[in-house]
Design a binder for this molecule. Structure first.
Ligand code: COA
Length: 373
């Protein structure tokens, strides 16, 4: 059984991003029009007027300032309020595979590797663009990898759950070098007419290359991984293959992302902090052994509560950085994008934690240590 290292990571972002001000302007124009159209019902008390969204609320409540998006124009167009995606022929790379391939190639290029050096591809994301063939197999083919590919999905913990599968497969000798790729095309899943959540998501793809530690390359040794789930309906999407068969048909809005944000905040913070501390103690690690926590990126206030519980003290921003200002919530990709962006300053022997949490509920916790060649 070989130990496993993270050899490299890579990133894809769409070329355009949307600021909070742009998103709020579009929502408020939509809400004003809606209120006009329903003025009579609102006056008679049959419907509630839509209240305006605000940049100040979004930044204070979430830490989000902007988000990358596959199609800002479609999202901001008040007569559309969703990204526009052109259908592609079956022999062209699908959108998720295209984004994933860029992230994978970025990760490979950074360490001078080629797709043919990879013998396993796991594509793990909140939603898959289609049912089959697997997006992972399409990516495997596009980069010229050997071995196997499969898709999996665990909402906001998609990347960490996949990392554990990759670690186990390498440990057991089923593969030598696996790419875990998380293309999160999340903006189509939002209801842009819902003031509570219209600002939450952004699009991104992130890739992680894992390989046998006994090959002696520099990287990040995986010290331990742990996963936990606990059923909750507080973050939900009802989108699925049975939708078109349902009788009576659902409203389209009912198939999009909904959450009870307050309950999520209250229930998930203690669950995550407890799990991290237990995992840490089981690995004979202490909070102060951690140079950095790369936490899931949904809400900066949640991360503050969790990091404070884990460190047991006030901490510096650099000890639990956020990328929410630039990326917003990128679902399963967030903690790994944060790791990718904030790990350059680690010296050999320094340790950190990659931790995701979200719908399910699901939590994934991975301790890593910087190692030299
Ligand atoms: N603009 C202005 N005001 C808004 C608003 C908006 N876009 N959205 C809501 N508000 C208002 C609410 O109406 C409410 O006002 P009221 O008390 O007068 O009715 C007030 O702001 C507080 O709303 P609330 O929804 O309770 O805000 P919050 O502080 O809980 O923040 C979240 C909302 C979603 C940012 C926060 O709960 C959160 O991030 N929770 C965790 C979510 C999470 O991690 N989810 C995982 C997803 S993968």
């Amino acid at each position: 059984m070989s130990d496993v290292i993270i050899r490299s990571t890579g990133l894809w972002t769409p070329p355009h991003s949307i600021s909070n001000a742009q998103l709020v302007e579009s929502y408020n124009a939509y809400a004003a029009r809606w209120n006009e159209e329903h003025a009579g019902e609102i006056e008679r008390g049959e419907r509630e007027a839509k209240r305006p969204s605000s940049v100040e609320f979004i930044e204070k409540a979430s830490g989000i300032k902007s988000r990358y998006a596959i199609d800002p124009d479609g999202i901001l167009d008040t007569s559309r309020l969703r990204p526009k995606v052109e259908p592609r022929p079956d022999d062209a790379l699908c959108l998720m595979a295209e984004a994933g391939v860029v992230a994978v190639k970025d990760a490979l290029d950074r360490v001078g590797l080629d797709g043919s050096d990879v013998d396993g591809v796991i594509c793990s994301a909140t939603s898959m663009q289609r049912t089959y063939p697997c997006i992972a197999i399409e990516i495997q083919d596009a980069i010229g990898a050997t071995g196997f590919g499969f898709d999996m999905s665990v909402a906001c913990s998609s990347a960490t759950f996949a990392l554990q599968q990759a670690v186990n497969a390498i440990r057991c000798g089923q593969a030598n070098r696996i790419v875990v790729v998380t293309p999160e095309i999340t903006t189509p899943q939002l209801n842009y007419t819902d003031r509570d959540s219209h600002f939450i998501f952004g699009d991104v793809a992130v890739a992680v290359i894992l390989e046998r530690a006994d090959w002696g390359n520099p990287g990040w040794k995986i010290l331990s991984t742990r996963l936990k789930t606990q059923y909750s309906n507080n973050i939900r999407s009802n989108q699925g293959f049975l939708n078109r068969c349902e009788e009576p048909a659902r409203d389209e809005d009912e198939m999009l992302f909904v959450q009870n944000g307050r309950r999520v905040f209250k229930e998930v913070c203690p669950m995550v902090a407890e799990m991290i501390l237990q995992h840490m103690s089981d690995c004979s690690l202490k909070p102060d052994d951690m140079k950095r926590l790369w936490l899931h990126q949904a809400n900066s206030n949640m991360n503050r509560v969790i990091a404070q519980k884990v460190f047991g003290r006030e901490y510096a921003d650099g000890e639990a950085p956020t990328i929410l200002d630039e990326f917003a919530n990128t679902a399963g990709a967030g903690s790994v994008v944060c790791f990718h962006r904030h790990n350059d300053d680690f010296e050999t022997g320094e340790k950190g934690l990659i931790c995701s949490f979200g719908a399910g509920y699901s939590v994934g916790s991975i301790f890593v240590e910087r190692i030299a060649a």
